[in-house]
Design a protein around this ligand. Structure first.
Ligand SMILES: O=C(O)CCC(=O)C(=O)O
Length: 290
C-alpha cells in the first residue's frame, strides 16, 4: 500500500489518502467502507474495454445519435461560485454527437453530461466494464429485488477540460471510476461540515455548500480557513471510493469521462439521519410565499 501526499494551499497539515492496488473486497470493506474512509483503488479495472476504448471521439464515431442529458451552466463570471451554479444550472437533452461537437468547438463551455444512466440508453456498453458489486458487500441474504434496489444505476459523466462539480456530499457510498482524462478532487470529512456552512438550505438541498473550495472567499466563509481537505489526482483506470457524507469537489484536468456506482448499506443509511431530518424539518417549517 502506498500513500500519496496531498496538500491544500491554505492548509498547514499535509493530508494523506491511501492508494491500494487490487485489494480484496474483504480488505476494502474492513479498511475503508466500514470505517467510512476514502481510498483510491488501482488495478481493479485493468480488464475493462471502457478504459482502453472510451474517448469523446469513440462516442462521436459509434454513438452519435444516442440520447444524453447534461447540465448547462451559463455564467459570465470566470469563477465557479456554487450559489450562482445552483441558481442558474439547467438540465437539457441532446445527442452524444451534438454534445461532443459543441464541446470541441468551445473553449469556455460549462456544459457537462453528468449523472446520466448510460447503460439504460446503450445497454451494449455493459460489455465494456466488469461488475464492481463484490466491493459493495451486499448481503447475499437479501432477496433479489432488494439486492437490486440497494444499488443505483451506474451513471456517466463526460465534459470538457476545466469542468467543475461544486463541493457536495452524496446520500450513498460511491465508487467513482475515471475512464478517460485526469481529474483533480478535493475531499472533506463529514466532521468538517460546519466549515462548509452545512446546512445551507437556501441552495435547494442539504448536501450542497456555498464555498468555492478552490478559490474560497474567506470574507464570506471564514470558517473554511480551518478546513483540511484531501487533494488527489485520479488517472484513467483509477477508482476513488467516496464514502457517504464525505464532501467532494472535482475539476477535470483534461477532457473527461467517468462512471460512478452508488450503493446503500445499513451503515450508509445510518450516517444520513442528520441531513435527512434537517431537510425534512426545513420543508415542514418553510415559510409559504406571500
Ligand atoms: O466527477 C465529477 O465531476 C463529480 C463526481 C461526483 O460528484 C460523484 O460521483 O458523486
Amino acid at each position: 500500500m502506498q500513500s500519496t501526499l496531498c496538500e491544500h494551499a491554505s492548509m498547514s497539515e499535509p493530508q494523506l489518502i491511501d492508494r491500494v492496488h487490487q485489494p480484496t473486497p474483504r480488505e476494502f470493506y474492513h479498511r475503508y467502507a466500514r470505517p467510512n474512509r476514502p481510498v483510491v483503488l488501482t488495478g481493479i479495472t485493468d480488464n475493462w474495454k471502457a478504459i482502453r476504448n472510451w474517448t469523446p471521439e469513440y462516442f462521436r464515431t459509434y454513438y452519435p445519435t444516442a440520447k444524453v442529458v447534461y447540465t448547462a451552466w451559463k455564467s459570465k463570471a470566470p469563477n465557479n461560485d456554487p450559489t450562482e451554479y445552483y441558481r442558474n444550472r439547467r438540465r437539457r437533452t441532446t445527442t452524444l454527437g451534438a454534445f461532443i461537437d459543441a464541446m470541441n468547438s468551445s473553449q469556455t463551455s460549462r456544459d457537462y453530461v453528468s449523472q446520466y444512466p448510460i447503460f439504460s440508453e446503450l445497454p451494449q456498453l455493459k460489455n465494456d466494464i466488469d461488475s464492481l458489486e463484490p466491493y459493495m458487500n451486499i448481503p447475499q441474504l437479501y432477496p433479489a429485488t432488494m439486492q437490486s434496489k440497494v444499488k443505483k444505476a451506474a451513471t456517466f459523466w463526460l465534459g470538457p477540460e476545466g469542468i467543475v462539480t461544486p463541493i457536495h456530499f452524496d446520500s450513498a457510498h460511491n465508487l467513482l471510476v475515471q475512464v478517460h482524462g485526469r481529474k483533480k478532487l478535493l475531499l472533506l470529512p463529514p466532521q468538517q461540515s460546519s466549515l462548509l456552512y452545512y446546512p445551507s438550505l437556501h441552495l435547494g438541498h442539504v448536501n450542497y455548500s456555498p464555498v468555492d473550495v478552490e478559490a474560497p472567499d474567506f470574507e464570506r466563509f471564514p470558517r473554511f480557513r480551518k478546513a483540511t481537505p484531501l487533494e488527489l489526482e485520479l488517472a484513467p483506470g483509477e477508482v476513488l471510493f467516496i464514502p457517504v457524507r464525505w464532501w467532494h469537489y472535482a475539476r477535470a484536468l483534461e477532457r473527461t469521462i467517468s462512471l460512478n456506482f452508488w450503493w446503500y448499506s445499513i451503515d450508509s443509511l445510518r450516517r444520513m439521519w442528520h441531513p435527512y431530518l434537517t431537510y425534512k424539518l426545513s420543508r415542514l417549517f418553510r415559510r409559504s410565499p406571500v
